[in-house]
Design a protein around this ligand. Structure first.
Ligand code: ATP
Ligand code: SKM
Ligand code: MG
Length: 196
């Protein structure tokens, strides 16, 4: 027997896919917010192709993000990131999870606004810190006080991430909950667009 909640979940997925399947869906937010993990799960649920810009940068450069920062510095990394994001957006539609700094770049942000519906996965500092402190692969957090660095990045970046079309509160609940909330928010936005 099919439960009522399964039917409505399928309906929400159908509405979200029909409204946004022909447009890029882009996840933005700080390190540890869950862009890579949740983005891939949303793509699977909506049966859309998925790409992660950090993974794509590593694939094309044949280097890790940490190696790119070490060898060429942040400015060169940002230039490469902006080029990769432009190419991915223009060759979509797909679900694209970006690196934490991508939406901060003015040109990439303008492009994402033009070519995509954007979703900010917003999380509190303690949630982010619990997640990112387990791995030391993030070059921007190789500082004497990484938690403070993360806090400073939050203060600088949150007003900019807030320009995204949709905000989802990323917190310590099952990932599936965040995925369903994201799809419901996309479906709701589709409904608003249909009315206006
Ligand atoms: N709702 C959740 N519950 C538990 N763990 C989560 C949740 N969402 C994400 N995580 C975990 O947090 C970690 C960071 O997630 P992820 O790599 O997707 O973040 P990100 O936003 O892509 O970060 P970055 O900008 O560094 O690429 C991963 O280990 C992931 O499994
Ligand atoms: O927040 C950032 O600026 C970054 C986040 C990661 O996804 C990587 O793109 C890189 O480590 C930079
Ligand atoms: Mg990621």
């Amino acid at each position: 027997m099919t439960a009522v909640s399964d039917v409505s979940r399928q309906d929400l997925r159908r509405v979200a896919r029909e409204a946004f399947g022909a447009r890029n869906i882009v996840f933005v937010g700080l390190m540890g917010a869950g862009k890579s993990v949740i983005g891939k799960m949303v793509a699977t649920a909506l049966e859309l192709p998925f790409v992660d810009s950090d993974a794509e940068i590593e694939r094309v450069s044949q280097m890790t993000i940490a190696e790119l920062f070490d060898l060429y510095g942040e400015t060169e990394f940002r230039a490469l990131e902006a080029r990769v994001i432009e190419r991915l957006l223009k060759s979509g539609p797909r679900v694209l999870s970006t690196g934490g700094g991508a939406f901060i770049n003015e040109k990439s942000r303008a492009l994402i606004k033009d070519e995509a519906v954007s979703i900010w996965l917003k999380a509190d500092l303690d949630v982010l810190w619990e997640r990112v402190k387990k791995r030391d692969t993030r070059p921007l957090l190789k500082t004497a006080e990484p938690e403070q660095t993360l806090k400073t990045l939050m203060e600088k970046r949150y007003p900019i991430y807030a320009e995204a079309d949709i905000t989802i509160n990323s917190r310590n609940v099952r990932k599936e909950v965040i995925v369903e909330e994201t799809i419901a928010a996309l479906a709701a936005r589709a409904g608003e667009a249909a009315i206006s």
